[in-house]
Design a protein around this ligand. Sequence first.
Ligand SMILES: [Zn+2]
Ligand SMILES: [Zn+2]
Length: 170
Amino acid sequence: MTRSVKANDFVVSLRALENDGRMPVRRSAPIPEIAVSTAWVPEGAEVSADLVLEAVHGGVLASGTVSAPWMAECGRCLEMARGTVVAEVRELFEEGGGEQDMTYPLGEESVDLEPMVREQCILGLPLRPLCKPDCRGLCSRCGANLNEGPCGCPTERDERWAGLDILRED
Ligand SMILES: [Zn+2]
Ligand SMILES: [Zn+2]
C-alpha cells in the first residue's frame, strides 16, 4: 500500500460523485499560516469545511460554509480580540484550474479543498478587528484603556464647553 507523502485532511476522493453526482463533505483540521497583517487563525486551530460537492459541466462545484477561529490585536484598545471567520463559499474546481483563474484545480480522482478553504478564510479575516463592537479604545491623552473605566482626563465634550467658555469671556 502506498501512503500519501503529506497527510491532508482536505483531500477528498471524487469516487462517490460518480454515483449520484452530489456528495456532502465535512472536514475539520488545522491549516498552517492563515494570516493577514491585522488578524490570524491561531496555529493548530481547527478549520472547518461543511460543503456539498456537485458534479457540474466542466468540473466540480463546492458550496457551503468554511469557518475558523481568529485572533487579532484590537484596532482600538490593542488588547487581544477573538472571533470566528464564517465564509459562504461557492467555488468551481476544474481541470487546469488554479493560480490565474477564478477556479481551483481538480485532480483525476480527488480534489484538494485546502487551497480554497485557506483562501476563503484569509478573505474572511477582519481588516479592522475589534475586541467587541463597542470597544471604547484608549484615551488619546493618557493612553488608559477606557474599557476599564474612565481615566479622569477631561472628555471631548468638556473641551467643547471650555471653548464656549472662552467665547463667552470675549
Ligand atoms: Zn478593544
Ligand atoms: Zn486619559
